[in-house]
Write a protein that binds this ligand. Structure first.
Ligand code: GLN
Length: 472
């Protein structure tokens, strides 16, 4: 179903929100063994939310834009009274005392939270294989990864067990799994959605954003969760447009840029699908030109210095004293930290804590961390220059479609390289999304990325929606 079809069913009294929630929970629980997309379900909370919607409808009140819509939430986003594990053994039993702002907003809008989705530990990875609770399998081909780190949310939406889902994106973790699973995934402008209640990975890069089956649904969900929040000092006061109302299929005259540096190393199948997508935009009346983003080659190094530096600091809070399980066998305080963290964190988190601590340490700080910050400015400048010429940039999301489980787990560099096209937008803090643009000969979905100016999600959604219309 889509948000609109749920609404129509409720308003015509074809189904009650309680019936929809009960069915959604039953379906999601039955389907879950196929993919391991959910870590746990929240039947009590879902039925309470559905009951509120049914009561509002019975009183003749407007129940909100997400009324009765079954929603899955990535398990790095905290939920009051509902386990939030971040895909980590350390937080296997952690029950947060408060709700993330995005969760509060979606429930105020009538949304029905049915469960929490699997993810790479603390949102670090590109394949969902770093979860302490087992990988997620791609619903399109269960021998392949769903992408990471919001792989559970993408798989849930692709399977139809949730109508929409929340994910988080630091360097591509919404867009890449959306591309691998054949759904829409949106990373909004940095600051557009409050990070209050999003477990920090790399704070200057972290975003919460929607995954959905249609551009319209993603736009509706973003409209609900976006906007200033006094609990997050980096959340922006910019007004939030009525995104779905602005989707009219008209994109004639928009100027699109194709970055030369992104297209040169593409495998032929993904490259061909992106080129066909660009031709669709030309037929819709967009003007396409090649642009250059000269700093692109430094993006991976820059991202993995800045994000690991921030992660090493953010993960310090998981120390066996607060939040987490505590190692049973410690004699001294230092042992307690060492043992808890040594036993609790998976290999990827440890790798990043070491790398991040190294680049921040005395003697290396200027050579690595400060240098990376300068490169980040150059990458942002590439985008600023491009947006003087064009209204949006069209690019691949990933160099390849969903890869096999196990294919890249032993090679962290190969895994990091799969982020090449997504991290530049993250470093610049601009809105970027993945919209399905076709499948390979083997039937694997491929997403096309659309990037626009800061706070111009409207143009991004209008382009993606116009594109989607040509495909249905
Ligand atoms: N793959 C990137 C990383 O591992 C992105 C992760 C994310 O966006 N959370 O850091």
């Amino acid at each position: 179903m889509t948000i609109d079809s749920v609404r129509a069913a409720l308003l015509s009294r074809q189904a009650s929100a309680t019936e929809l929630a009960t069915d959604a929970l039953k379906f999601a629980e039955a389907e879950n063994p196929r993919t391991n997309a959910y870590l746990h379900f929240s039947p009590e909370r879902a039925l309470a939310a559905a009951k509120r919607v049914d009561e509002q409808l019975a009183r003749g009140e407007e129940p909100g834009p997400l009324a009765g819509v079954p929603i899955a939430v990535k398990d790095v986003i905290v939920t009051k009274g509902l386990r939030t594990t971040c895909g980590s053994r350390l937080l296997a039993h952690y029950i947060p005392p408060y709700d993330a702002t995005a969760v509060v907003r979606l429930e105020q809008a009538g949304g029905v939270l049915i469960g929490k989705t699997n993810c790479d530990e603390f949102a670090m990875g590109s394949s969902n294989e770093n979860s302490a609770f087992g990988p997620v399998l791609n619903p399109v081909d269960p021998t392949r990864v769903p992408g990471g780190t919001s792989g559970g949310s993408a798989a849930a939406v692709a399977q139809g067990t949730a109508v929409v889902a929340l994910g988080s994106d630091t360097g591509g973790s919404i867009r890449q799994p959306a591309s691998f699973c054949g759904v829409v995934g949106v990373c909004p402008t940095y600051g557009r959605v409050s990070r209050y209640g999003l477990t920090a990975h790399a704070s200057s890069l972290d975003h919460i954003g929607p995954l959905a089956r249609t551009v319209r649904d993603a736009a509706t969900l973003l409209g609900v969760i976006a906007g200033h929040d006094p609990c997050d000092s980096t959340s922006a006061a910019a007004p939030v447009p009525d995104y779905p109302a602005l989707l009219d299929g008209q994109v004639k005259g928009l100027k699109l840029g194709l970055p030369r540096e992104y297209l040169k190393d593409l495998t032929s199948e993904t490259g061909d699908l992106i080129s066909q997508g660009v031709e669709v935009f030309q037929r819709l009346g967009c003007e396409v030109r090649e642009i250059s983003m000269p700093a692109t080659g430094y993006a991976i190094a820059c991202y993995y210095i800045i994000s690991t530096a921030e992660a090493s600091s953010n993960l310090a809070r998981f120390d066996g004293v607060r939040y987490t399980a505590r190692s049973a066998s410690s004699e001294t305080l230092a042992d307690l930290y060492r043992n808890t963290r040594g036993e609790g964190f998976g290999a990827e988190c440890k790798r990043r804590i070491m790398l991040g601590t190294y680049v921040l340490s005395h003697g290396y700080y200027d050579a690595y961390y400060v240098k990376a910050q300068k490169v980040r400015s150059l990458i942002a400048r590439d985008f600023a220059n491009a947006f003087q010429e064009v209204d949006a940039i069209v690019a691949p999301v990933s160099p390849f479609p969903a890869f096999k489980l196990g294919e890249k787990v032993d090679d962290p560099i190969a895994m990091y390289l799969s982020d090449i096209y997504t991290i530049t937008g993250s470093l610049a803090g601009i809105p970027c999304m993945s919209v399905p643009c076709g499948t390979t000969a083997a039937g694997l979905p491929v997403g096309m990325q659309i990037l626009t100016r800061h706070f111009d999600e409207t143009t991004m959604f209008r382009l993606a929606d116009a594109f989607e219309r040509t495909r249905s």
